[in-house]
Design a binder for this molecule. Structure first.
Ligand SMILES: Cc1cn([C@@H]2O[C@H](COP(=O)(O)OP(=O)(O)OP(=O)(O)O)[C@@H](O)[C@H]2O)c(=O)[nH]c1=O
Length: 633
């Protein structure tokens, strides 16, 4: 395959995208890059006038975003990534640099200044290679920028305001999104479209090619490009090459001299044939014995076809506590693992190999060991362990999803078919459920909350509030995170008596932990504790309209003007096809539904909340904040 090698070079690395931009995440995920998202906390406040040209500002901001994440991961979480990617998109018109509008008026100013004119969109990108020496972080930065010219049609006042009221401009440089409604404002685009969307993919791949496949002079095919230095195209690279894990140790290798050895199966692209070959194709032999490339290789479909196998391998390895056995640099042979988990040696070996192929384990001649990511997220007693949620996925969601066909036909949740008598809600009918089942469910929610709480707690400045009530706040992970970030907050978790009875074993220990209050009750039936900020995290998407009406009316009635409601949910894009995690969750067919940003906004407004702000965190959960109308409204 021709495209895969550049991205493939990063497969075995811990790659971090230091960006909250869902567009950047999508562009990179779409080409098969595997990465973690750690949004940067670097504030975009560099003095613009100190840069001779605008793209230097974008590059420097991208660099600072990436370096902040690299440093934070290294220092705070003791996890040094291999590569951190940062990006910054700006729009320039005349001498002005436009970033994201701060409010509608600002969006109006920006869009009016672009009306009827050509402007430039610059994205600066920084690729930071990290290593840890004597516990110190060492970084090597490669950066570049890409420019695309865009011309807007003349925009009438009416069109402008209609566009601004759609909400689309707010999180986008220059106040528009070319990939959505904003595309309708555009007369022409000269250059890389994805650069406007937020990430210059083509230039990025060329940069990777430059870093990982330094060419010998005589094999270089120069490609002319306005703003990119001449390098060989990345189309000419073959997968059949040895890996170079560090481009910096790789200055003289001539990868282009090697023949394009066909990969296993029928995937094959010849190299150095002088012309650009179709990329990523299935080769088929025609009647005269000549290889042809009739269609693009359906990598995405193949990945989806096999996805269930990968999920189940992860579930079973977690259930058998394989990652617990291999924690803390422990290296074991299959036979030792098999003995400890009381399984067959041949089965264990296949499972270990599967985990190694999925990047969860490392395999050497000495045996198998956890990757860093498995150590952090898959060992069951680690702070950020996802073990609980994985077991929930195996024991509960898996069974529900085996009934998906019926679920789709009937449009109902298949709890009864999957679990017999059990009801939908583990906590509604205690006669069917053991304490263990409830604890397992709480462990699952706890582990997902550990992953998301920080980004939800810091999505907005909450310093104006004094008291918070997290309704259905379960083990109190978000509550603790809120108190840690805002030490003056009084935080109460309000949840069902069965939940509150079991929260003690989930509480953090240590001298500096500020306490959180737990109150037992049913938010549908009982009075709610008083607070000036209410939180509903992962609640609304599971409730039908009637229940939402009861709950939101109740919260709205108790909220004084200026009080607020914070929702933590996955916010769908307006087409409701992204992010896939939310769309796939919908298939559980609970009586509730996933919503887009504008739907959450409407919902909150319907119950008297105004000035609704939405923060796409880049983590699993997004945050939506609305303020109770003052009486003047
Ligand atoms: C012109 C244009 C921009 N964008 C988005 O504008 C944000 C720029 O802001 P940034 O500061 O570079 O990034 P961010 O979103 O704040 O994320 P981060 O990297 O965390 O700073 C990015 O999102 C881009 O996609 C679009 O989605 N479409 C467009 O047509």
């Amino acid at each position: 395959m021709a495209l895969k090698p550049v991205i493939g070079k990063l497969v075995s690395k811990r790659v971090v995208l230091a960006s909250a931009s869902p567009r950047r995440q999508e562009i990179l995920a779409n080409v098969g890059l595997r990465f973690e998202v750690v949004p940067s906390w670097f504030k975009e406040t560099l003095e613009k006038s100190s840069f001779a040209v605008p793209y230097e500002y974008a590059i420097e901001t991208a660099k600072q975003k990436a370096l902040e994440v690299a440093n934070r991961m290294h220092l705070k979480h003791l996890r040094t990534p291999d590569i951190v990617i940062g990006a910054d998109t700006i729009v320039t018109v005349g001498k002005q640099i436009l970033e994201k509008p701060v409010d509608k008026q600002d969006a109006y100013k920006m869009l009016s200044s672009l009306s009827g004119k050509e402007h430039s969109v610059f994205t600066g990108v920084a690729i930071v290679h990290c290593s840890s020496k004597d516990n110190r972080l060492e970084t090597e930065v490669t950066d570049f920028y890409e420019e695309t010219k865009v011309k807007f049609a003349e925009l009438s006042e009416e069109l402008l305001w209609e566009y601004i009221h759609s909400g689309e401009p707010m999180d986008k440089a220059g106040g528009y999104g070319i990939q959505a409604l904003g595309g309708m404002l555009v007369e022409y685009v000269h250059g890389d479209f994805l650069n406007v969307v937020g990430f210059p993919l083509n230039h990025f791949c060329k940069k990777l090619a430059e870093l990982y496949y330094p060419p010998l002079k005589h094999t270089i095919q120069h490609v002319k490009h306005d703003s990119i230095p001449s390098v060989e195209t990345f189309e000419n690279l073959s997968d059949g090459e040895s890996d170079s894990s560090n481009p910096m140790q790789h200055k003289s290798a001539n990868k282009l001299e090697r023949n394009g050895v066909p990969l296993s199966g029928a995937i094959h692209t010849p190299v150095n044939s002088g012309s650009i070959q179709p990329v990523c194709t299935v080769a088929v032999e025609n009647q005269s014995g000549v290889m042809e490339y009739p269609a693009k290789f359906p990598s995405k479909i193949v990945e989806l076809m096999d996805g269930f196998r990968a999920s189940k391998a992860l579930f079973v390895a977690s259930k058998l506590k394989v990652f617990d056995l291999l924690k803390d640099k422990c290296i074991l042979k299959p036979v030792d693992v098999a003995n400890k988990i009381e399984a067959s040696v041949c089965g264990t070996e296949r499972l270990l190999d599967a985990c190694a192929s999925l990047g969860l384990l490392e395999k050497t001649h000495q045996g198998y060991s956890n990757t860093d990511s498995a150590n952090t997220y898959l060992v069951s007693d680690r702070e950020y362990s996802l073990h609980g949620y994985i077991i929930h996925s195996n024991d509960r969601l898996w069974h529900l999803f085996t009934h998906l066909e019926v679920a789709v036909k009937e449009g109902t949740m298949q709890t009864h078919q999957a679990f017999g008598k059990e009801t939908e809600d583990l906590f509604q009918d205690s006669s069917y459920h053991s304490v263990e089942a409830k604890q397992r469910f709480m462990t699952a929610m706890h582990s997902i909350a550990k992953l998301t709480a920080r980004d939800v707690a810091t999505a907005f400045d909450l310093s104006q509030f004094r008291s918070v009530c997290d309704l259905g706040g379960c083990t109190g992970v978000l509550a603790h995170e809120l108190v840690q970030k805002n030490p003056n907050l009084n935080v109460t978790v309000f949840d069902l008596p069965d939940v509150i009875a079991n929260v003690s074993c989930f509480q953090p220990s240590g001298q500096h932990i500020t306490p959180v209050a737990f109150t037992a009750g049913d938010f549908f039936k009982d009075n709610l504790p008083e607070a000036d900020l209410y939180i509903l995290s992962l609640i609304l998407h599971d409730l039908n309209d009637e229940k939402i009406h009861i709950l939101l009316s109740k919260i709205s009635a108790i909220c004084k003007p200026g009080s607020a409601l914070l929702l933590a949910e996955i916010v769908l894009d307006e087409e409701k096809t992204h992010p896939p995690r939310a769309v796939l969750q919908s298939l559980s067919m609970t009586e509730g539904k996933q919503r887009s940003g504008s739907e959450y906004k409407q919902l909150l407004e319907k119950y008297g909340f105004t000035n609704v702000q939405i923060k796409i965190t880049g983590n699993v959960l997004d945050a939506i904040l609305g303020f109770k109308k003052t009486s003047a409204h």
